[in-house]
Design a protein around this ligand. Structure first.
Ligand SMILES: [Zn+2]
Length: 206
């Protein structure tokens, strides 16, 4: 791609670093911004910079939050004895949209994936195990996507907590194998949380 301007080229190259954005799309977006009033670009860059600098992760569940402890963890009307274990923030949003879950979450920040160099220590697993050890949790619901990495992660956590008296379940697989949780429709996802099954039942297949 030949550019008539170094400034344009730099902006396009930066934009093209984003996932799913190729150079052509990046060029289209940058040219769109050039057509808008310059404040528009300022609002965008300011919003991104402020978000990047000020955003926090909940000290309890690791969900993205504007405050130290997120709204969900802070809500006395939620059942703090039931924890839904998810991969990332998008899963919290998807499950919240179903309005079917009144417990709290634990965001792992990814899945165990040796190919991508992600081991258990890079994920928020120790803090989850500590919560289980505290004896205040009655049930863990594994709600990771049913990929090999998701299953590996579930099993790893299960092994670490199985000696504690706690119920473990996994969301019912109305969701096809390999589907990412965030793309499941709300009704299916809501139902799969309500119809969750004991985690041990899924181990027979391994
Ligand atoms: Zn939280």
């Amino acid at each position: 791609m030949e550019f008539s301007s170094k400034l344009l080229e730099k902006a396009v190259n930066e934009m093209a670093q984003l996932p799913g954005i190729g150079k052509r799309t990046a060029l289209r977006l940058v040219l769109h911004l050039l057509k808008q009033p310059s404040e528009q670009t300022q609002f965008l860059s300011q919003a991104l910079t402020t978000m990047r600098e000020e955003i926090k992760f909940c000290s309890s569940c690791h969900n993205i939050s504007d405050v130290e402890v997120c709204e969900i963890c802070n809500n006395p009307n939620r059942n703090h004895k039931i924890i839904c274990v998810v991969e990332d923030v998008r899963d919290v949003m998807a499950i919240e949209n179903t309005n079917q879950f009144k417990g709290i979450y634990h965001v792992l920040g990814g899945k165990i994936s040796p190919i991508d160099g992600v081991g258990p220590s890079q994920l928020n697993i120790d803090s989850l195990v500590e919560k289980v050890k505290s004896g205040e949790i009655e049930e863990l619901i594994f709600a990771l996507s049913s990929t090999m990495e998701g299953d590996t992660t579930n099993f790893y956590i299960f092994k670490r907590i199985k000696d504690y008296s706690i119920k473990t379940s996994t969301i019912a697989r109305g969701i096809a194998v390999g589907d990412e949780l965030e793309y499941a429709d709300e009704v299916t996802l809501g139902r799969s949380i309500l119809n969750r099954v004991p985690f041990e039942n899924t181990l027979k297949n391994i």
